[in-house]
Design a protein around this ligand. Structure first.
Ligand code: GLN
Length: 554
């Protein structure tokens, strides 16, 4: 029978419930258990696809084309749990489903209410993941205990343990134990209050994970245990990690979280295997090179807007024994200050995906700079479209070339709306989304790094490279390294004469893991390391120092 873990959060938001849920999933997998993860988000939007990155951070896309919360990125990076549409539900989606049922007459004669109709719908979404081949479903409840919006979800998970048996459910509550400078001590009261609120709703947490900047004394843990009605070993400290998020699972193991979960749910678990994870952190702590990558985007100031890209750069750094310093640069700032001033000295340039005109010219200028100076360049989605615009204008000489997303009347629409998009007016969930196959050209860098001619990558776009211009681009030295299998859609452009100029219409950042860096990020960082070493040699002349070749795991 499938067991259930529910993860809630209290005191403040942004405590890292997603990371903690992902870490719990990872630890259970590494004890030989089959795990599934899902998240409930209490907002009314049906999915985050229509929200600005300022509101929501990155929209994480799954193979099946669902646009989901960025916490699902943590789930995929930490575990092997397959994620689908059933892995992320919002209040909007729950209500939409219930209202559609009502319109079909499925509740004829009844008054439709939060309890039981909405709570039943929520419970059915949890049940969707339970199956014979699943040992544990981990369900994260977004928001903070005490929010009005979270109440139906908390009520549903309370009822859930009555339905499936208390012994089959485990409630983990994540809280904050803040350090008060003025008092010179850690404060347990917010945690007590937060657990108090949960208990009012009828949920007694089984495990408390306490986020803290400082070590929590045994005395304080005893106090928390007593006031929150828990055994002492179920009060787990999770100290802030300044080095890497990949330390979180290890610190939870130190505090025996996996043992408590296995014991409480009476799981048939194997001994924990973490050697590769420890090795990964070891590598991160002992880099052979330190390189710097500029990421020029519209939302560069926002830490979470390109979350998976930043993570993927780190993964490729690990694979290349390099520490990757990421500089987030506002595209508009490049427009004001010029690329020379802002981009000189970097070992690579990455232009991420995006929507809307703001900052486009800054991205185009940045790409020109990287192309002309032989700086490794990696373009992703809008980044590829900007590369095409730059190439058309500055190499082919097509003045005013643009994407019709930004200028409907451009004389040279090198990027235009996908045919399938022409009749679409609704905005939610209507882009070209999810996994699509791509065929790679034999002599391309992409083919070399993937080690395979047929790949599948996740998409999220409405515009595409305009095939009318293919010949002109090719005649000027650009190659179409990847296309849809029927050849109709351009998926990858490369410049063979450049050390690393690869731009893709899809989102490779959604398929990179710390233990298995994405091949294109891997190649990009290897090229950046080579650039960095060449710079070092230049500076070190005339006494050439012996250079160690970068190790390139493929
Ligand atoms: N706005 C562009 C399009 O819709 C690029 C999208 C993206 O970068 N995800 O095609």
């Amino acid at each position: 029978m499938t067991k259930h873990i529910f993860v809630t959060g209290g005191v403040v938001s942004s405590l890292g419930k997603g990371l903690t849920s992902a870490s719990v999933g990872m630890l259970l997998e590494r004890r030989g258990l089959r795990v599934r993860l899902q998240k409930f988000d209490p907002y009314i939007n049906v999915d985050p696809g229509t929200m600005s990155p300022y509101q929501h951070g990155e929209v994480y896309v799954l193979d099946d084309g669902s646009e989901t919360d960025l916490d699902l990125g943590h789930y995929e990076r930490f575990t092997n749990s397959p994620l689908t549409r059933d892995s992320n539900f919002t209040t909007g989606q729950i209500y939409l489903s219930v209202i559609n049922q009502e319109r079909r007459g499925e509740f004829l004669g009844k008054t439709v209410q939060v309890i039981p109709h909405i709570t039943n719908e929520i419970k059915s979404c949890v049940h969707k993941l339970a199956a014979d081949d699943v040992d544990v479903v981990i369900t994260e409840i977004g928001g903070t205990v005490g929010d009005i919006e979270s109440l139906p979800f908390l009520e549903a998970i309370r009822q859930f343990s009555l339905d499936v048996g208390k012994e089959n459910c485990l409630y983990i509550h994540l809280t904050l134990v803040p350090y008060l400078k003025a008092a010179g001590e850690l404060k347990t009261k917010p945690t007590q209050h937060s657990v108090g609120q949960l208990r009012e709703i009828g949920i007694q947490p089984d495990v408390l994970i306490c986020r803290t900047e400082r070590t929590i004394s045994r005395e304080d843990r005893e106090k928390i245990a007593l006031f929150c009605n828990l055994p002492l070993n179920a009060v787990i400290e999770e100290k802030d990690k300044d080095f890497s998020i990949y330390e979180v699972p290890l610190s939870l193991v130190e505090n025996k979280l996996d043992e408590i979960v296995v014991e409480k749910l009476r799981l048939n678990a194997k001994p924990l295997k973490l050697d590769d994870w420890r090795e990964l952190l070891n590598r991160m702590r002992n880099p052979r090179e330190e390189i710097s990558i500029a990421v020029v985007g519209k939302y560069a100031e926002h830490r979470d807007a390109y979350k998976s890209i930043y993570e993927s750069l780190d993964h490729a750094g690990i694979a290349n024994h390099a520490q990757v310093r990421i500089q987030r640069i506002q595209a508009e700032e490049v427009e004001r200050e010029g690329p020379e001033r802002l981009l000189s000295g970097y070992d690579g340039l990455l232009i991420p995906g995006g929507f809307g005109e703001r900052g486009i010219e800054g991205k185009v200028e940045s790409i020109r700079f990287a192309r002309e100076r032989g700086i490794p360049f990696f373009g992703i989605c809008l980044g590829m479209q900007c590369a095409a615009i730059e190439f058309a204008r500055n190499v082919i000489g097509l003045g005013g070339a643009h994407s019709t997303e930004f200028n409907k009347d451009t004389p040279h629409p090198v990027i235009c709306l996908l045919d399938e998009q022409k009749s679409i007016t609704d905005k939610g969930g209507t882009m070209r989304l999810g996994a699509q196959p791509t065929t790679l050209q034999a002599d391309s860098k992409s083919r070399e790094w993937y080690g395979n001619a047929d790949i599948s990558e996740r998409h999220r776009h409405r515009y595409e490279f305009n095939n009318v211009y293919r010949q002109q681009f090719a005649a000027h030295g650009l190659s179409f390294a990847g296309t849809s299998p029927d050849g109709s859609l351009v998926e990858i452009i490369e410049m063979p004469a450049h050390p690393w100029y690869v731009a893709v219409q899809f989102h490779p950042e959604f398929k990179s893991k710390p233990t298995a860096a994405h091949p294109l990020f891997n190649g990009f960082i290897a090229a950046a390391v080579a650039k960095h070493q060449a710079r070092g040699e230049q500076r070190a002349k005339p006494v050439p120092a012996p250079q160690e070749a970068p190790s390139l795991p493929r």
